[in-house]
Design a protein around this ligand. Structure first.
Ligand SMILES: Cc1cn([C@H]2C[C@H](O)[C@@H](COP(=O)(O)OP(=O)(O)OP(=O)(O)O)O2)c(=O)[nH]c1=O
Length: 613
């Protein structure tokens, strides 16, 4: 018997749980899912420091676990399963990620840290849909995370050691198992209990709803957007046409004419399987939820920008929940307007609403408050104040081409101090998110000095010096940028081990360096300017590191599309493919140009040449 129709959607698929966790197996089989278990061999050794949030780390680990199993099964049988599920559970306290203890002492350290305090348990989940065509494996990953807060009682040393000696902590994140003896340590839990045990079943079902049941118009009136559809109890579930009623179809599943025309074949995530709309007029086409979301997308962006501009996320950072009226007072805005904005932020997943008022989600705390290390507040503000206006000219830019539009209402000169700082904050936020991945994409230990051209606040330079302590790094940027770099340094002063040189890389002498770095620079310029810049550096160095989003043969990744239009409306530059970058670099004497991915939004290329005599 299956209680949730969404679980039923998986019954006729070959589903694999990529996990050795007996808890995950139990939770999913109790929910009525049929699956095979293939524990993942992925080594959980990702660099935690390179992730902006703990849950990003858990999601990535879950994803790698699932992908490893999908690829291994495909290699073995040349046929992957239909769906592979991976999960990873971590405990976090005070910015520290706790996984499974390595020994009893480690378990003691973890439990002492949790003793008497509240901590968060995150489970990242990846649902990988596999499709094999002509022996080629195509993978589509959906991912999410769930957070549960757990408070431990004050526990005596004796009790901690007794618990550790029971052996229970050793295979569990944070060194405890809430479902067994560890339950005695816990004072209260806020959120999904099963999430702590290793699998957030409720969120998983909601995710399946999103994937398998894009809402229909009539459903939208009845069902709240993110809830699981009305729970039916039924035994005979089938994806196969005509074999029993489909819960997504309500009560008419058994009827012939209508059932035939309207039979729901929305079997999987968009893109992996087609929909079957007959277009006869008898049944409406599948509800275009994604399209409507796109049409409304600008409203969501604007709501986010306005909340940032009014410092909503700063007001709520790290504090107790506040009522709309109190927030309105602090941001100097009307109560009714504030309440509506806050509710929109809740719907967008930026705030949470409880009986005690509104509070930031972790995403907002980390990325939307203005002062965090990984804050994107500056980027949101620049998007609001600058890109928003430029995009009103998109139609003109498309009609006339970048070069025609450029110069009419293109990049405004960054004159005022306010504008300069806003630009730098935006660049800094993006660079902080990717600096570590760019710095570690290749082994750069053979270089002794590097110069980051257009390196702005030095975020990438700092990551390089952390990774290669012997590398001497210079940041080269316009004088009006260098003038303000100090306020972006963690200690509020320029570090001794990095130098900043003001200048224009098209006009002024460049600092001597073994390796030149161009991160998000070349896409700003047309080919002739790129060649001018490359010829200035090529004769002087042994290597070049270029970080850009490289266009791929397949349709561009969603993440790179806005950037490509951004360039169209404001500069004469453009994104380029690997052959294009390779051609440009090889024309200037760089050989052996290699590519590495540095996350969804950036790729890194390294080209080398014989060191100058
Ligand atoms: C906090 C907590 C964790 N856990 C478990 C859930 C997970 O199985 C484990 C965290 O380790 P994970 O690395 O998430 O999972 P795993 O190694 O057990 O299995 P696999 O990697 O093969 O999927 O801790 C509990 O069982 N109870 C708890 O209260």
């Amino acid at each position: 018997m299956v209680l949730s129709p969404v679980i039923g959607k998986l019954l006729h698929k070959r589903v694999v749980l990529a996990s050795a966790s007996p808890r995950r197996r139990e939770i999913l089989s109790h929910a009525g899912l049929r699956f095979e278990v293939v524990p993942s061999r992925f080594k959980e050794k990702l660099d935690k420091a390179s992730f902006p949030t703990p849950y990003a780390y858990a999601i990535e680990t879950a994803k790698q676990k699932a992908l490893e199993v999908a690829r291994r099964m495909h290699q073995k049988d040349l046929r992957a399963p239909d769906v592979v599920i991976g999960a990873d559970t971590i405990v976090t306290i005070g910015g520290l990620i706790l996984e499974k203890p390595v020994d009893k002492q480690d378990a003691y350290r973890m439990l002492s840290r949790l003793n008497g305090k509240e901590h968060s348990v995150f489970t990242g989940v990846a649902i990988v849909h596999c499709c094999t065509t002509d022996a080629q494996l195509d993978l589509e990953v959906s991912e999410f995370h769930e957070e549960t807060t757990v408070k431990f009682s004050e526990l005596s040393e004796e009790l901690l050691w007794e618990y550790i000696d029971s052996g229970e902590p050793m295979d569990k994140a944070g060194g405890y198992g809430i479902q067994a003896l560890g339950g005695m340590l816990v004072e209260h839990v806020r959120g999904d209990f099963l999430n702590v045990v290793g699998f957030p079943l409720n969120h998983f079902c909601k995710k399946l709803v999103e994937l398998y049941y894009p809402p229909r118009r009539e459903d939208l009136q009845r069902v709240k957007h993110d809830s699981i559809p009305a729970v039916d109890t039924f035994e005979n579930l089938s994806d196969v046409e005509g074999s029993g009623s489909d819960p997504a179809q309500g009560d008419d599943g058994g009827g012939h004419g209508r059932a035939e025309a309207g039979g729901d074949k929305r079997q999987g995530p968009a893109g992996m399987q087609g929909t079957d709309s007959t277009g006869t007029g008898e049944s409406p086409p599948p509800f275009p939820a994604g399209l409507l979301e796109l049409i409304d997308g600008f409203k969501a962006s604007k709501a986010l920008f306005v909340a940032c501009k009014l410092n909503v996320f700063d007001v709520l950072k790290d504090g107790a929940p506040l009522k709309a009226m109190d927030i309105a007072g602090k941001i100097d805005a009307s109560v009714c307007g504030t309440e509506r904005l806050l509710d929109v932020c809740v719907a967008l997943g930026l705030l949470e609403k409880t009986d005690r008022g509104y509070r930031n989600t972790e995403l907002a705390d980390v990325h939307l408050a203005s002062d965090g290390e990984y804050s994107l507040h500056g980027l949101a503000m620049r998007s609001n104040d600058h890109f928003w206006n430029l995009f009103t000219d998109l139609e003109l830019a498309v009609r006339e081409g970048a070069s025609a539009a450029f110069g009419r209402k293109a990049e405004e000169p960054v004159q005022s101090k306010h504008k300069k700082l806003q630009f730098m904050r935006a660049m800094h936020g993006l660079a902080m998110l990717t600096a570590h991945q760019v710095a570690t994409a290749f082994d750069l230990s053979r270089f002794t000095s590097a110069c980051d051209l257009g390196g702005c606040t030095g975020a990438l330079a700092r990551a390089l010096t952390q990774e290669y302590p012997r590398l001497k790094v210079t940041v080269f940027d316009l004088p009006e940028v260098i003038e303000h770099v100090t306020c972006f340094q963690p200690e509020g002063r320029r570090p001794d081990w990095m130098s900043f040189t003001p200048g224009d890389f098209f006009k002024d002498d460049l600092p001597e360096a073994d390796l030149y770095i161009l991160s998000r620079i070349l896409h700003e310029w047309p080919d002739d300017k790129v060649c001018e810049l490359l010829s200035r550096v090529s004769s002087r160095c042994g290597g070049i590191l270029v970080a850009e989003k490289v266009l791929e043969d397949k349709p561009a990744a969603r993440g790179s599309l806005p950037s490509s239009l951004n360039l169209l409306v404001r500069t004469q530059g453009r994104e380029r493919s690997l052959p294009e970058y390779r051609g440009l670099l090889e024309r200037h004497g760089f050989r052996d140009v290699r590519l590495a991915h540095a996350g969804d939004r950036l790729d890194v290329m390294l080209g080398t040449r014989a060191s100058p005599p």
